[in-house]
Design a binder for this molecule. Sequence first.
Ligand code: F1P
Length: 326
Amino acid sequence: MHKTLEEIRKLPEGIIKAQEAFEDFTAKYDFKLPPEILFTGCGSSHFLSQLLAMATTHLGGRGVALPCSEILYSRKYYPVGNPGMLVAISRSGETTEALKALDALEVPKLGIAAYDSNLLTKSDYTLLVDTPEESVVMTHSFPAFLFAFQQLLNHYFETPLYDPKNLSELSREVLANEEYIKGIVEEFDFRNVIFLGSGILYPVALEASLKMKEMAIFWSEAYPTFEVRHGFKSVADEGTLVVLLIDGPFDWHEKLTKEFKGQGARVLTVGKENTGADYFVKIPELTLPEGTALYLPVIQLLSYYKAVKRGFNPDNPRFLSKVVKW
Ligand code: F1P
């Protein structure tokens, strides 16, 4: 079996590891999380930085996210302001740009990694989430890092903590859709895919699009949900799969589903209720942002099975390496 599939399936344990990392962190450090935080990372870790920035803003703080390279070379063009902290995310903890980004700003630094690594050595505060992965692409560590930091946010903003056991169990329910997701890929040989998500689900759509490219070497795009109607939808025809990542559906989601079906595209809705789509994967009843981690295995499995269908080895993706150094 591919290592990548094994790693995707480890999410339930990953959530528990994330909780342990959170508890270790709060036991180790006595500090207050500043309300203005700049988040950074590269690739998947950058999309995660966007999620964490949104989760921070949602709780009343101000989260801004930038890719590491933009912090290094072009930060004057962004509303970086005077952050109280830089949070740098890197699964490996060894990505060159992430290490350099830590040196670029004179503010307290918090590093998040899956390994005891240079990123953590360079950070003032370290969140080590014990989710090392054999997959080249980032899999269960992504939602695990997300959950660990969400707990930190809840702790410091004094909002109720999420229940790790519940989320872990619910992630098993989502993973139980594996055969169904495989069936979609087998039944519909789509030739492009568009991922749509709004708010905190938009970075999930971006991560989904990256997963498709990394694992399946397959063209994919991602948009804030309704933005797709403004020109981009022209590419969606009978060869297209539109993946609609939603929380609660409302009439606009149903209208959008109809619109794409009218163009001949097929729609996969991932959320609490179907929108009249061709395919539907149910995400258990958790409000966002708490339930955000539950969408990740769906988009990871979709990309994994598309890679297998196209004859690629997801454990050894073309032109990619596990750690990007320069
Ligand atoms: C960042 C990253 C991954 C990507 C690829 C190369 O790694 O860009 O997001 O999937 O494997 O590295 P990291 O800084 O999170 O270790």
